[in-house]
Design a protein around this ligand. Structure first.
Ligand code: LMR
Length: 334
């Protein structure tokens, strides 16, 4: 009788171990934007491909819209291993001590996505991702969102129009300097809080790629928007380095492949997503969408480009010069 009990216990323990061995490895991917955005769609795409390519050994759970963590918390969660994947915007790496990332925030430094890709896919991109390793973070890829427009409850056409306006920014010293260059008052705020802050008047305006503005319904509380394309907002997909290095080599390789495909997908859809969001903002009819004249854009550019020199000691002259060289930007030729 005793022997029978022991046998039954052994058999059920065996089943439990076998079942546990088949349990997928769950990776949490947290982000702060809506599902229906370039980052939201690309992270869902990655989750699907990761499941397929690992044959179900890995399950990626995506938590959009700050449902798991807000901006600042998500970085801390990654470092302690509470979440395995994030794609913070490049403007959010300064507080980690990776100040070189703020080169992407310099106003008017990129004229278009091609210029930007020369940087992200070249040695500067690799150098920047490499800088994260000292913080226990492994950079996996750059994902596009797009170029930003300004919005407020008053028209923003000339540099003087910004004077005294409280403008929400991401946590970047460069964005702070950009707003101050036109006399605005920058206010750092988590993305999840922006809609309410605009609605209640805690801030007067902000800057966003159109997909972020539309999916957070910010256009409902911003009467004016100016299509300035003055700066870029994109992402670095990151993971916890210790966790990543500890993955079985085959699984890591499959996840790298899934990330490669998700990156191609993200960078392919970003432009369309932003164009379609802009069309929806126009159709909603709550926001006057203004395209600045060439002279108006140049005046804004002249006022804001001062920021480049001001931020050189923070970002590093070498990083800025390498970007200028890759893109052909020359601050002397404005
Ligand atoms: C923001 O805070 O405005 C953006 O970084 C949000 C995002 O992740 O696109």
């Amino acid at each position: 009788m005793k022997l029978r009990h022991i046998l039954v216990a052994l058999v059920s323990a065996g089943f439990a171990i076998a079942a546990a061995a088949q349990q997928p490895l769950v990776l949490k991917f947290s982000h702060v934007v809506a599902k229906d955005t370039p980052k939201g769609k690309a992270s869902d795409f990655f989750a699907q491909r990761a499941g397929e390519l690992t044959g179900g050994k890995v399950k990626v759970e995506v938590y959009p819209n700050s449902t798991l963590y807000k901006d600042k918390e998500e970085m801390e969660a990654l470092q302690i291993g509470a979440v395995q994947l994030l794609a913070p915007s490049l403007a959010k790496f300064g507080p980690l001590g990776a100040r070189e990332f703020e080169v992407f925030d310099l106003p008017f430094i990129f004229d278009n996505a091609d210029e930007l890709h020369k940087v992200t896919t070249g040695p500067v991109g690799q150098m920047l991702l490499g800088k994260l390793e000292a913080k226990g973070i492994k950079g996996l890829a750059f994902w596009d969102n797009g170029f930003k427009s300004f919005s407020a409850n008053k028209p923003l056409r000339k540099p003087e129009d910004f004077k005294g306006l409280k403008m929400r920014i991401q946590s970047s010293k460069v964005l702070e300097a950009q707003m101050r260059s036109v006399g605005a008052i920058p206010q750092v705020m988590a993305f999840s809080e922006v809609y309410q802050a605009l609605q209640t008047g805690v801030v007067d305006g902000t800057e966003n790629p159109h997909s972020n503005l539309y999916t957070q319904k910010m256009h409902e509380v911003q009467k004016h928007m100016t299509l300035t394309d003055h700066g870029y907002l994109g992402y670095a997909v990151i993971t916890n380095k210790k966790f990543w290095d500890g993955l079985p080599a085959d699984v890591r390789g499959q996840l790298e492949q899934a990330m490669k495909e998700a990156t191609e997908y993200a960078n392919k859809i970003a432009r369309e997503e932003n164009d379609s969001a802009l069309a929806k903002v126009k159709a909603a009819g709550k926001t006057e969408v203004y395209t600045p004249t060439a002279a108006e854009r140049t005046a804004l550019k002249k006022a804001m480009v001062k920021t480049h020199e001001e931020m050189t000691s923070r970002i590093g002259k070498e990083t800025i010069d390498t970007v200028y060289k890759a893109t052909g930007f020359d601050p002397a030729k404005l």
